[in-house]
Design a protein around this ligand. Structure first.
Ligand code: DHB
Ligand code: MG
Length: 221
């Protein structure tokens, strides 16, 4: 099935996703530097994130897990010129690559890339940090429950939270799989269910060029 999913993603992209030289260059540079492409969102997924931001006229975005900054640049493309993104990356090698791609993009929006453990950096933000309008959680899956709670502390009523990779080819249902990353996703589902601070949430499975995975989406009460 994988080949068909990939072919259909290419069909979708060729019809509906306009070519953006900056995003194309980001993927090219990432591949040239020898980094894998399976960690990045697919183009049609990047467009979905962009549309959620546009629908809600978001101006301040928080992203956990920058990697090559491909998703970061999709998010930035959705923002007005005075928009702001704080993106956090835990791995030095990924952060260096992400910064190169952000610099090369030369976008007008402010993109602040911080390197370190996301939970520590979020806790260290100034007390008066303005809430974010849109939060994309895409860092280490083990910490998703913690990232969700920290994100809620940086949210206002109506903030949208999107969490990537919440299905992992169905590994979440495999009781023999007790990897911290998979346990983290299961705990995230537990936390989302009947959370007092969440107005509504859902999760969607996706298939495509990145395999079988999915997004969780939540709106803050
Ligand atoms: C992995 C992480 C991601 O954020 C992703 O989108 C795909 C894969 C991973 O760690 O394997
Ligand atoms: Mg991801």
């Amino acid at each position: 099935m994988q080949q068909m999913w990939t072919d259909i993603d290419h069909y979708i992209d060729s019809h509906l996703i306009p070519n953006d030289p900056i995003l194309t260059q980001t993927l090219k540079h990432t591949a040239e530097r020898g980094f894998p492409d399976h960690l990045a969102v697919a183009p049609n997924q990047g467009m979905l994130l962009q549309m959620l931001i546009q629908m809600n006229k978001c101006k301040r975005i928080l992203e956990l897990g920058t990697f090559a900054a491909y998703s970061t640049l999709w998010l930035a493309r959705a923002l007005p010129e005075d928009g702001y993104i704080l993106t956090i990356e835990g791995r030095d090698t990924h952060a260096a690559l992400g910064q190169e791609n952000i610099d090369a993009a030369k976008l007008p929006q402010t993109i602040d890339l911080k390197v370190g453990r996301a939970a520590d950096l979020l806790r260290a933000l100034p007390e008066d940090t303005e809430a974010f309008d849109f939060i994309f959680i895409d860092a280490d899956k083990q910490s998703y429950p913690e990232y969700l709670e920290l994100s809620l502390n940086l949210s206002h009523s109506g903030t949208i939270i999107v969490l990537d990779n919440v299905i992992r080819s169905g590994a979440i249902l495999d009781q023999n799989n007790v990897k911290p990353s998979i346990e983290g996703i299961r705990q995230m589902f537990e936390a989302l269910s009947n959370h007092p601070r969440i107005l509504s949430c859902t999760a969607l499975q996706t298939v495509g060029s990145k395999g079988h995975d999915g997004f969780a989406l939540a709106i803050v009460k």
